[in-house]
Design a protein around this ligand. Sequence first.
Ligand SMILES: C[S@@+](CC[C@H](N)C(=O)[O-])C[C@H]1O[C@@H](n2cnc3c(N)ncnc32)[C@H](O)[C@@H]1O
Length: 255
Amino acid sequence: MAHDTVLAQAQAFARLKAHTDLIGPVYGTEDWSMFLYALAKMQTPQSVVELGTGLGATALWVAQAMKEVGGGRIWTIDSGQDWAGILGHSPDLFTPAQRNMDFAAYMADVIADFGLRGHLEFIGRTMPPYPELGQKLDWLFSDFRHGPNDILEILGHFLPRMADSSSIFIDSASTSFPSYAMLELLAAQLNAGKVPAMLLRTTAPDQHEALWQQVRCSRYTLMHMVERKARVQNSTAWLKIEPADLRPYPAAPFH
Ligand SMILES: C[S@@+](CC[C@H](N)C(=O)[O-])C[C@H]1O[C@@H](n2cnc3c(N)ncnc32)[C@H](O)[C@@H]1O
């Protein structure tokens, strides 16, 4: 890579780091977003959905990684319901112009400011219903509800829509015992080739066959990523889906 390109990328990185160090603590995603940035640079996901934009920290970093590797798109969805409250308690996080914007305009402003229009799309709406992007997803990051029933609804919708090799990240689930225990039971049953009835009930009938097909042909790895920090909701459950095979995915040549 040319020296000028490396320098320009480093400057963009530093500016985004300053921005998310400022706004990230509102939802505690200043470090998580950089973890996903690094993972996106390594795995180059092409299609990513985020449920719950917050102030955009994670979506911006994933989009920055996509820009650097030259491909990929993240759709981030949020009702904007927290925006007025955040403006009320933390106006200093925003420019005077941003303080007069609605949430959609704020997101458009930030996306344009960081030059990420080509990789990041904000969708302003309340969920459910959950979006149907018409393509298989490489990553799903769910960051707005984490009770066991919420997770089952989200998985019922998205599992059949995940790519053969893909990842689902569920914020806060690992440090809530009911959600943690449900995910552990679920992963064990999926790996035994079974689809629990409670999951099937949250899956639209026209997606049942896709779900069964995935369970027949996949293995699931559940990892609990917990922060050693004195704050609540300090975890993410990572459900990795891979083809049942004799090699790890994303596939790379063996050495
Ligand atoms: C924890 S924040 C997301 C943080 C974000 N992922 C980040 O990287 O910083 C949760 C977001 O979910 C949104 N939200 C909550 N309930 C929602 C709903 N029913 N539909 C759409 N968005 C919702 C809130 O407005 C809030 O911005």
